[in-house]
Design a protein around this ligand. Structure first.
Ligand SMILES: *Cc1c(COP(=O)(O)O)cnc(C)c1O
Length: 388
């Protein structure tokens, strides 16, 4: 729907940052492998509709999603003939949609492959399947016996089943403390590739690496890497960042650039007398006369309630601390120290303003998992805009 009335906040995506991040990832993985841009969770909150054409401008021609529902959005957002791959949920009733649209999808059980074969025959259109191996994440993926059954079925039905991939997923490549497990997974993956070879099946892509592996473990990089968090400018973890620093032999070097900025405007300004409480309850009492700005969004817009009395925003390039609780659709910040603020003044929730910036990790410590959780929950309803 094309809306006329403004939303209470906006997200901007930087084309230059996207270009820089893909440039950096390309340098790490070399010229050979296809970089599949993982845009599950609405492109980690960046917004599929806006992000996909921007990634295409940076040269991306392959996208991965967790669900068919997301794949449909990529299909309608792409501006080139980019390939689309579903790594997760695809209901049986949507198989014909996927096959008709040339969408690649994971197969993690034999029944799914049989179903795909049936539909491919009916449509007289080949199914593009990726056979997923269980190497130790114990999420989806097939053990040897079932995997072999699939290989046999593919071999017998080469006109209808096109083997686009043999793949697996590393469970926790971002943490050095998991190395023994990751090493085992790498080894097991090689065994599955051998099974394919033994049956004479050469997939278009062998793929194992996520961001952390693509950036730090060259021996996980085959014909394709599936890159999520790194393309948005976040290091998968401090471990991977330190490994990069060792690699380039520098004490400081961060070629990755944050893509997302999140902005709103001051809705109202309040003078609060010393001794008064701000917002619900008594969690914040003014210890002096204060100038307070009301911000028109809250936890229903993905702004974490946990930031109550802790987070801050940027106004006129200065930090304005949150005072009181983050409400469902409002919160208040202290602007006593910032002169000349009027309603309508730009407020930066995430991003840069003047010489200051607010990072996603400042909300959620340095844990990548929490970064992912925070950004991927940004509501789809917030409008996204490309910027330079
Ligand atoms: C999410 C996901 C990725 C991308 O992971 P990042 O760590 O964000 O790069 C790759 N492969 C699969 C199967 C995934 O689910």
């Amino acid at each position: 729907m094309n809306r006329i009335v403004r939303h209470s906040s906006r997200i901007e995506l930087s084309q230059a940052a996207i270009k820089a991040n893909f440039g950096f990832i390309r340098k790490k993985v070399g010229e050979g492998p296809v970089i599949s841009s993982v845009v599950k969770a609405n492109a980690y909150g960046h917004g599929i509709e806006t992000f996909v054409p921007m990634a295409e401008k940076a040269g991306v021609r392959h996208f991965s999603t967790a669900s068919a529902h997301e794949a449909e959005e990529v299909l309608h957002s792409r501006t080139k003939k980019s390939d689309i791959m579903i790594m997760g949920i695809l209901y049986g009733e949507d198989l014909s949609w996927a096959i008709e649209n040339g969408i690649e999808f994971y197969v993690f059980d034999f029944e799914r492959l049989e179903a795909a074969l049936k539909v491919a025959k009916e449509l007289n259109t080949p199914a593009k399947v990726h056979l997923e191996a269980e190497t130790g994440t114990n999420r989806t993926g097939m053990l040897e016996a079932e995997f072999n059954k699939c290989l046999t079925l593919v071999k017998k039905n080469k006109d209808h089943l096109h083997c686009y991939g043999i793949c697996s997923h590393l469970g926790g490549a971002e943490s050095l403390s998991n190395q023994f497990k990751i090493d085992q997974q790498k080894q097991r993956f090689k065994e599955f590739l051998k099974l394919g070879k033994a049956k004479g099946i050469t997939p278009k892509y062998r793929h194992l690496a996520c961001s952390a592996a693509a950036l730090a473990m060259p021996d996980t990089v085959y014909d394709m890497v599936r890159v999520g968090v790194a393309q948005y400018g976040f290091w998968p973890s401090p471990d991977i960042y330190f490994m990069h620093l060792q690699d380039v032999d520098k004490g400081k070097d961060n070629p990755m650039r944050r893509v997302i900025s999140w902005k709103t405007d001051v809705m109202a300004i309040k003078h609060v007398k010393k001794g008064e409480f701000i917002g619900y309850g008594t969690s914040y009492q003014a210890l002096r006369d204060m100038e307070v700005a009301v911000i028109p969004l809250g936890y229903c817009n993905g702004y974490a309630r946990g930031l109550s009395n802790r987070g801050h925003v940027l106004i006129k390039g200065k930090k304005a601390p949150i005072v009181g609780l983050v409400n469902m659709n409002l919160f208040m910040v202290d602007i006593t120290h910032i002169k000349g603020v009027e309603p309508g003044e730009e407020v930066v929730l995430i991003g840069r303003q003047g010489n200051n910036s607010i990072t996603v990790s400042s909300f959620s410590d340095t844990s990548n998992l929490l970064n992912n959780e925070m950004i991927s929950r940004l509501p789809a309803a917030i409008p996204r805009y490309p910027v330079r």
